[in-house]
Design a protein around this ligand. Structure first.
Ligand SMILES: [Zn+2]
Length: 483
């Protein structure tokens, strides 16, 4: 996510200066050819099948269907329940979601909901031992209400356009020794924590609506009732996002074999072409520095979000408000959100516990992008603006570490520390040990944790090995924790 308030300083600166052992083939169109083998290399990740229908009126839109999950217990604990999350029920999403007809291995079970109705627990009458597999299914309905915009309007139906990330019951993350992730705090920043899965999704919607999703469409059929049914595959992704509008137009480009689409509203052609160029450059630079984006497609989508932009696997949204008026703003947001494909989508992390892992690296990557595209002075300008943002807050309210959760930071502090001080931690490592050495270390981190979940301890371990340094005191001072 990129926050609009923080962007103001940048703009000012610029003005101044298993199943798939047999079935892997049907997922493969979503991967670049040289990464198709990654699907079979991860046979024990959740296999998620979704079939849903989108019904849209002027007042609301509902998406209803069935979810099936084949889950292998890859932890060393025996599990007594399966946990899913209903994000539309968050006050910060402003929608509604419900499930029914829950089954475990074909037998009906009674789900338990927490008081926020965002955590669904399904009891396992037969406990699931390590390496054992279970099949979970349920029906779901999620609703979004027209012209209701809360927090970042990330789940919304505004001006006749739908943003429906996290519209289905999303499997939570089981952490060995800690249990299922159940955090419900979402005061600011990103809400979701999920593990990499293989998604097979069938969506039926009014035929005149353009659907934009994570992954790749492999089939589409027009139905007699003026609806269209499309089949998508999204292997090795930790979520499946859906954005829809009858109004989208598209420009397409390509970088390093990756098809890049920019979807935009009528009248935004020039900004769409410019944004496509930014996205191509960002992919080129991050591919070369950190390791390759393995998917066949990347979508950049104009939406009515009130954040600058928000990242989802294989898809990023950029806010509409500045589409035609703020070219530098679009470049910053595009560089930041595309960087999240490396930091968050591919290398996963708990965004509600360790948001600095993805946000600080996305900010550091954005500075690198501007250095490569616009020169060293521009890159230094970014680091100077990060320093200003951090120090302005610190001088008034005192210093904080970068390694806290969003709910631990008072108003305004989250962005000053996680987005501004955070990238300066990586800048300090680059200045101390050499920028090339740091880039190599980040490349090693990407290689080790691609499709997995990283933690601050994991990052510290990779950095220490790659840089041949003991970083205990630096991590303690900046992050607030050390191995
Ligand atoms: Zn971000």
């Amino acid at each position: 996510m990129m926050h609009r308030i923080l962007l103001v300083s940048f703009i000012l600166f610029s003005l101044l200066g298993t199943a798939h052992a047999q079935d892997g083939g049907h997922f493969s169109p979503a991967m670049q050819p040289e990464f198709q083998q990654d699907i079979a290399a991860l046979p024990n990740i959740p296999q998620i099948t979704l079939a849903a229908t989108l019904v849209i009126t002027e007042q609301q839109a509902s998406i209803s269907g069935n979810l099936e999950v084949i889950y292998t217990n890859t932890s060393t604990d025996t599990l007594n329940e399966m946990v899913f999350r209903l994000y539309p029920n968050y006050p910060s999403y402003g929608g509604q979601a419900a499930i029914s007809n829950a089954q475990i291995n074909g037998t009906a079970v009674t789900p338990a909901l927490d008081s926020t109705a965002s955590i669904v627990s399904l009891p396992l009458t037969t406990p699931l031992a390590p390496t054992e597999q279970v099949a979970v299914s349920m029906d779901f309905t999620s609703t979004v209400f027209a012209e209701r915009a809360v927090l970042y309007a990330q789940y919304s139906y505004l001006g006749g356009n739908l943003a429906l990330p996290n519209f289905f019951p999303l499997l939570s993350v089981y952490e060995t020794g800690l249990g299922w992730w159940r955090n419900i705090a979402h005061p600011q920043g990103d809400a979701v924590y999920s593990a990499t899965a293989d998604f097979d999704v069938t969506l039926t919607a009014p035929a005149n609506w353009v659907l934009i999703t994570s992954g790749t469409q492999i089939e589409s059929t027009d139905n007699a009732d003026q609806t269209r049914t499309a089949h998508y595959v999204a292997p090795l992704m930790r979520d499946f996002a859906l954005i829809a509008s009858p109004n989208y137009q598209t420009v397409n480009g390509e970088q390093d074999g990756i098809s890049i689409d920019v979807h935009y509203f009528s009248g935004g052609d020039d900004a769409a072409n410019t944004t496509l160029r930014f996205a191509e450059e960002a992919v080129r630079i991050y591919n070369a520095n950190f390791g390759e984006y393995p998917f066949a497609e990347l979508d950049i989508v104009e939406t009515r979000t009130t954040a600058g932009g928000i990242e989802y696997p294989g898809l990023v949204v950029v806010q509409s408000e500045s589409w035609n008026s703020q070219e530098l703003y679009l470049e910053i947001v595009t560089a930041h959100e595309v960087a999240h494909q490396w930091w968050y989508s591919l290398v996963g992390n708990d965004q509600t516990r360790d948001p600095w892992l993805d946000e600080s690296l996305a900010q550091y990557s954005t500075a690198l992008y501007f250095g490569e595209v616009h020169g060293a002075d521009f890159e230094q300008g970014f680091f100077d603006s990060y320093t200003d943002s951090w120090q302005n807050f610190r001088n008034e309210h005192g210093d904080m570490v970068i390694g806290l959760s969003p709910s631990d930071y008072p108003d305004g502090a989250y962005f000053s520390f996680v987005y501004a001080k955070g990238p300066l931690f990586f800048k300090l490592l680059a200045d101390t040990y050499g920028q090339d050495a740091l880039i190599q270390a980040l490349h090693a981190y990407f290689a080790a944790y691609r499709y997995q979940i990283a933690t601050p301890a994991a990052l510290q371990t990779v950095l220490e090995q790659s840089l041949s340094q003991d970083l205990d005191s630096l991590f303690l001072e900046w992050v607030g924790q050390t191995n």
